[in-house]
Design a binder for this molecule. Structure first.
Ligand code: BGP
Length: 473
């Protein structure tokens, strides 16, 4: 008998966003600045001293004031889950205060009220590239051990305030991205070129301990809370069958596996310790750190998946474009308008690999196609986007998720990235759109901020309503 080709009945269908990319209201109601407020061009341009008007994230898509209308649209698509992040600097404006900012906390109460109204399960990212700027400038972000205490206080505040309403939590968005973007991901102020590997890996250690510590606090507050890690997933394929290429691909994957290995198994893997030794790095790891990592492992593993890449140790090849990291171009795959390789099968590979390796429930918390959209007039006279390219991308990826489920992988849910158009993390553009909902805002900041349903809106509504049966294999 063949395996059932279906999604579980309680599969959590939905979408994802991050505070700094959609909320706007960057200084409202006592909010402090975050690292994003001085990154007007994302990771592709210089940081500024202070917020500048060309930084589209300052206003985002104004979810802060339009959350009711936006959540109603998500409900209209039948969302079962909505992943969003809490802006750390709304809750602790500088990050090192002892008391939280009540107005910031109250905003998320209102968002949760609205989600509850429609029976949408919240999935909250505690830290999504939004380190308070003060912590970056005064402490050098995660390079400083004191960050663990600030994060513990912040996480405890959230669990105590929202723990009765939010079951699923993620500690750090794409935690492995700190290897490549230490400022955006880890709030590390030292310029990337000047940052020593010793300091970088020590910062990573602090984040891993803080993540485990937050898991401990969550379970103390309520044993019902489920905490997951969040990894930027990229399968690396050997460019050729040459064993040296195979090993190069394995090494590239291990840079990412390390983070899941520590979160799931509670200790650093041998290959990572060897890497540190080879580099002459000695980490400051206390007995307490070891115990925290070992005793407070995650309940589930979540990840983003956009693309795969190739690795080689034997050939000079063009570097692949990619989501904050990448190897060399895979000649067999098409790429998006931003050069990210499109590889639905890679998602099945990742799901199977992670399941085989960790045996923890998996949650796909980001996936989607960043593309330029053209607004046209729909048959009923309202503006829309004929985004069949996005529908194809998501359909093909979801078919592979269904395959992985048939392979025996336990998948909790799927939240597509940028379900409402928002500002891109890497390039800070509005024109790199992922949403089912078009937002009228342009790269130069003009636009009405009106929302329009794209054709993918109805397509996703049907996918959810049919629990995946409407997907085309
Ligand atoms: C991930 C981030 C998101 C998001 C997404 C798409 O790395 O977690 O914040 O933005 O990628 O990337 P981009 O916005 O650069 O297209």
């Amino acid at each position: 008998m063949s395996a059932p080709m279906t999604f579980p009945n309680d599969f959590l269908w939905g979408g994802a966003l991050a505070a700094n990319q959609y909320e706007g209201a960057y200084d409202a109601d006592g909010k402090g600045l975050s690292v994003q407020d001085v990154m007007p061009q994302g990771i592709v341009g210089p940081r500024t001293e202070a917020p500048t008007p060309d930084n589209l994230k300052l206003e985002g898509i104004d979810f802060y004031h339009r959350y009711k209308e936006d959540i109603a649209l998500l409900a209209e698509m039948g969302f079962k889950v909505f992943r969003f992040s809490i802006a750390w600097s709304r809750i602790f404006p500088k990050g090192d205060e002892t008391e939280p900012n009540e107005a910031g906390l109250a905003f998320y109460d209102r968002v949760l009220d609205e989600l509850e109204k429609y029976g949408i399960e919240p999935l909250v990212t505690i830290s999504h590239y939004e380190t308070p700027l003060h912590l970056s400038r005064e402490y050098n972000g995660w390079a400083d051990r004191r960050m663990i205490g600030f994060f513990e206080r912040y996480a405890r505040t959230l669990f105590e305030r929202y723990g009765r309403r939010v079951k699923y939590w993620l500690t750090f968005n794409e935690i492995n991205s700190v290897l490549h973007e230490p400022f955006m991901s880890g709030g590390i102020n030292t310029p990337k070129e000047e940052l020593s590997e010793q300091d970088l890996y020590q910062a990573i250690h602090h984040e891993l301990v803080a993540s485990a510590s937050a898991t401990r606090i969550a379970h103390e507050v309520s044993p019902d809370l489920k905490v997951g890690c969040m990894i930027l997933a990229i399968p690396f394929y050997p460019l050729t069958p040459d064993p040296r290429d195979v090993w190069a691909a394995k090494q590239a994957e291990r840079d990412n596996y390390t983070f899941g290995d520590v979160h799931v198994r509670g200790a650093y893997p041998g290959y990572f310790l060897r890497k540190l030794r080879d580099k002459g790095i000695e980490l400051d790891i206390t007995e307490d750190d070891r115990r925290t990592l070992a005793e407070h492992t995650v309940d589930f593993v979540s990840f983003s998946y956009y693309m795969s890449s190739c690795e080689t140790a034997t050939q000079e090849r063009e570097a692949s474009g990619g989501n904050l990291m990448g190897g060399v171009v895979n000649p067999t795959l098409e790429v998006s308008q931003w050069g990210w390789a499109i590889d639905p099968r890679g998602l099945r590979t990742i799901l199977n690999d992670y399941w085989d390796r960790w045996g923890k429930p998996l949650f796909i918390v980001e996936n989607g196609l960043g593309a330029r959209d053209e607004l046209i007039t729909g048959p009923d006279g309202t503006p829309t986007v004929a985004d069949d390219y996005r529908i194809d991308y998501m359909n093909d990826h979801l078919v592979q998720v269904r395959e992985a489920i048939a392979d025996g992988v336990q998948v909790i849910g799927y939240t597509s990235w940028g379900c409402i158009d928002c500002v891109s993390a890497s390039t800070a553009q509005m024109s790199k759109r992922y949403g089912f909902i078009y937002v009228d805002r342009n790269d130069d900041g003009t636009g009405t901020l009106e929302r329009y349903r794209k054709q993918s809106f109805g397509w996703y509504r049907d996918v959810i309503a049919s629990n995946g049966a409407s997907l085309k294999a």
